[in-house]
Design a protein around this ligand. Structure first.
Ligand code: ASP
Length: 269
């Protein structure tokens, strides 16, 4: 069975990004380690301002940028929640998993931990985010919030990887615009936006509140082996009436599906 890295750039993303994601998957798949392959893929997407993660993250309604990220391997997990002023949240999530006694760190504590681990201060604000803040202010004035913005933002990023019998997953997001400061979606919650076990790896994207309420990633993982991976994913996504997408791998296959367009990158090696 070939090794694989599979990336997504969010339910609702521009599918013309797929070529770029293929390239990121290839660049990230050099060192034949599932965790590094998934994490490095996400770092490349966090550094690309076209995506809603790291540089390019969407703002909160108060104009700040808070980001969520997570990594998972079998029997281990790390995430950061509402972290600010760092370049690569996914690398801090990996440090939480590998270098701290905890699995999740949030807010100020996550930022302090990042600095101790050597991640320097960085402002992920972009012109795109500033424009969104302006648009939101105008819409407030015109009383259009929240309908006009409902389900508006996407382009969160994620990766699943398999190398031999080893699985890993990574995810990173600026969240689902518009949202309150402090809002937490599915991405940094184990079993909600991400899950890895001995049967495979699953990452979700889309409306985080709904994904988390249904513990979607664990639900899909738990059904691996009952039928084809693609069928499991499609059946679960059919239960949602908001945007949702999944990438997943098991020991035999990989599969992805979203109820909106979703850019995908793949590297087999
Ligand atoms: N799931 C992310 C969140 O709710 C957003 C996304 O995947 O587009 O934070």
């Amino acid at each position: 069975m070939e090794n694989i890295v599979l990336l997504h750039s969010g339910a609702g993303s521009d599918t013309s990004f797929s070529k770029r994601l293929d390239n990121y998957a290839s660049r990230a798949s050099k060192n034949f380690n599932a965790l590094d392959n998934a994490t490095n893929s996400v770092v490349l997407m966090e550094n690309d301002p076209d995506f809603n993660a790291g540089t390019g993250s969407v703002p909160r309604i108060d104009g700040t940028i808070q980001m969520d990220a997570a990594v998972a391997i079998q029997d281990n997990f790390g995430s950061v929640i509402a972290i600010e002023n760092v370049k690569n949240p996914v690398l801090i999530a990996r440090d939480v998993m590998l270098k701290s006694p905890h699995i999740m760190l949030s807010g100020d504590g996550a930022i302090k931990f990042a600095r101790i681990m050597g991640h320097s201060e960085y402002n992920p604000m972009t012109k795109k985010a500033q424009k969104l803040i302006e648009k939101l202010k105008n819409d407030y004035k015109n009383n259009n919030f929240p309908e006009k913005f409902k389900d508006f933002y996407h382009d969160t990023v994620g990766a699943v990887a398999r190398v031999g019998n080893e699985f890993a997953a990574a995810v990173s997001t600026g969240g689902a615009f518009p949202m309150l400061r402090g809002r937490v979606g599915d991405s940094p919650i184990p079993g909600a936006g991400i899950f890895v076990g001995k049967k495979g790896a699953v990452v979700a994207t889309g409306m985080g509140e709904e994904i988390a309420k249904s513990i979607l990633s664990y639900k899909i993982y738990s059904k691996i082996g009952e039928k084809g991976l693609a069928d499991i994913i499609k059946e679960e996504i059919a239960k949602f009436n908001v945007s949702v997408g999944i990438i997943a791998i098991d020991s035999e296959n990989y599969a992805y599906y979203a109820n909106k367009p979703m850019a995908i990158g793949i590297k087999k090696f």
